[in-house]
Design a protein around this ligand. Sequence first.
Ligand SMILES: Cc1cc2nc3c(=O)[nH]c(=O)nc-3n(C[C@H](O)[C@H](O)[C@H](O)COP(=O)(O)OP(=O)(O)OC[C@H]3O[C@@H](n4cnc5c(N)ncnc54)[C@H](O)[C@@H]3O)c2cc1C
Length: 410
Amino acid sequence: MSGGMRVIIAGCGIGGAALALALQRLDIDCLVLEQAGSLKEVGAGVQLSPNGVAVLKALGVHDALAKVAFQPRELLYRDWQTGEVLMSSPLMPQIAEHFGAPYYHAHRADLLAVLTDSLLPGRVSLGRKLISVEQKGERVIAHLADGSTEEGDVLVGADGIHSLVRGQLFQADAPLSSGCVAWRGMVDARDAAHLGISPSAHIWMGPGHSVVVYYVSGGRKINWICIGSSPANRKESWSATATVDEVLQEYKGWNSEVHDLVKLTPSLFVTALYDREPLNRWVNGRVVLMGDAAHAMLPYHAQGAVQSMEDAWVLARVLQMSGGKIDAALDRYQQLRLDRATRVQTQSRIAEKRFHMSEPTEVARRNARLREYDAKFKGSYLPQQEWLFGYDAELAARGEDDAWRALRAW
Ligand SMILES: Cc1cc2nc3c(=O)[nH]c(=O)nc-3n(C[C@H](O)[C@H](O)[C@H](O)COP(=O)(O)OP(=O)(O)OC[C@H]3O[C@@H](n4cnc5c(N)ncnc54)[C@H](O)[C@@H]3O)c2cc1C
């Protein structure tokens, strides 16, 4: 074990699980406290860009993920009414060739299982809800709802958008409503075979609304998310249900491909979309934030989980390289990660405006630009992806990947 250091992680979502596995690989003792009684993720998809897949490679779980995920052919940006592909951005094989790791679409439950199945028994403690954090000199004590405590040298708040750790030790602000909700569902690919949906990520853009459709689970299922401004539902939830009629009503006039897919969906869900204001620090003594607890973001760049994986690898590596200087390592982590995650948060808000434009001259300008990119970069990855996809968390931890700071974001 690295210098006898012990790290307590609050929360076993994708971020906390990735950190636990990174620490395990780097021989640092850790314990994950998860409030839920079992490890499960919701029945939804997650897009994994190469900057996240590179971390999964470093964690030694790439092969396991490749078996259960899906590699899309391209990102297709489409017009909401006509279905025209305004821009096609190739993913396979260009992304892996250029960035060193492929782009995947995965089922969330598969991703979480791939991470946690590799953890040693006893690393995750279930049914343990953190209720407060106490700092005593260089020790951190986690107080749990069952009356027990756990002690370590570092406590990491990986406890999601409603983070108790953030509220108690950083900023007692509330998540910010975007005014949009996301409906989602999954369809058996065999049931949708007659729709001929190509094995790509389809990103439909329309007034005040967008739709993303992609395959998961080795191509056996199709995942869709419809996002739009709707005053009807303001609750943030991964389990609130919705109806086909509700979605069709909201997407009146949209291309029949979207309607036909929604109609095939057995169970629909809806959540209001929230993000957080960026923080100006993620470290308070020996307590540190990561993932949604640090930087919850809107989903337009599909980066929330991916950013939590980047956090995980950088944090684990700086702790490993600290030579026992834990405070300096935590400062280094903040220095390496905060600006980047803040930029992705900000860019995700900007992307919402780009996707949901409704003013006809603005829409025409956006579409002309996409067609121009399509012609200019045909068959190649997009240079605008470089700042996001080209990040190498291992190089970053060693202080050798700062290039993204100077690159243009779209
Ligand atoms: C519609 C939608 C689509 C998205 N699509 C993508 C995508 O394609 N790609 C992508 O990268 N990201 C995507 N995201 C973002 C992604 O879902 C999140 O960023 C990611 O899941 C955050 O992981 P996390 O581990 O930080 O937090 P969470 O997944 O929220 O995990 C937090 C964990 O902490 C536990 N916990 C909370 N409080 C306590 C406590 N007090 N004590 C103990 N345990 C506690 C919770 O039970 C939970 O298990 C999307 C988000 C939305 C809303």
